[in-house]
Design a protein around this ligand. Sequence first.
Ligand code: KG4
Ligand code: ZN
Length: 338
Amino acid sequence: MVSSATFSAMKRVLAIETSCDETAVAVVELHQSLIINHQSIVVLSSIVSSQIDIHKITGGVVPEVAARAHVEAIIPVIAEAVKRAGITKEEIDAIVTTTQPGLRPALVVGETAGWALAAAWNKPFVPVHHIAGHIAAAWLSSEKETIIHKFPATVLVVSGGHTQLFQLNEKLEMKLLGQTRDDAAGEAFDKIARLLELPYPGGPELAKLALQGYGKAFDFPRPMFNSEDLDFSFSGLKTSVYYAIRDKKLSLQEKADVAASAQNAIVDILIQKTLKAVQQEGAQEVIIAGGVAANTKLRETMKTALGDTQFIVPPIKYCTDNAAMIGAAALLGIEMPA
Ligand code: KG4
Ligand code: ZN
């Protein structure tokens, strides 16, 4: 097993991600241009087999059910990723796999497949932290544009389990600036969606419903909005939504108004803290990463709020869980701070 930071020779990797409810495999390669600090990751293939239909039945992810679905999908998904990339095993330098954090029974499936493939193909096995992967998604190039990153950068990670602000320097080393003290932003989306009886997955469903709602209909609180630190809190917001709608038979329009108002509150908090981090650290760029970065309201409002500060957000398909980002983290050597 090698750490990505000590294995600089790799240029092209096969990556596996099974930390939650997507079985994902990708082949990605590192492109280093002559421009200083300019590296990008080209995606040769990225296959994501979603388990949404399975988890819709239970309204959430049951870890053992997810693990069984990964077992069924992993080999065909690996085969498809290799085929679509149009490469042979000799052209792969390492097998990269998400090893933490995530649902343990689900992670084990990807890890076992990764180790087996590494042994069979005689390649190094490189473990990657899932959140490092989300951040590395900001280097996945979409042929049309070349992203030249500016440092220091402020990184906002917003996923189902994490809400964190990091400072990233030109060596791609990270420093934690702040994080949630209770629920993650994605969790807030999911829990409020559940209160509104929306189907799984809650976040995108709530965002869809919010499109038809009036975002100022409810004045939900923005916990820790003006606190001195760069920490977050979302559990009070969820509780306020609960009290605002409990025992009420809401019309579809009222539900949409709640969704839009709650989404506004979450987005406001995320933007306020990101702007504070940019100012405090003198950041030249902002990156947003993780499933909630797929949220259109957040993407658009953040872009406007940042003005001239460079704003990088991965294409939507690389914000939610995928394996291309996991391979990218290994190739770039992005690791979580100790
Ligand atoms: O990064 P991710 O795919 O998985 C984790 O690492 O957790 O993030 C999943 C989270 C879920 O909470 C999901 O509801 C949320 O991201 N999410 C969204 C949207 N798409 C995914 N939340 C709001 N709006 C979206 N469009
Ligand atoms: Zn994720």
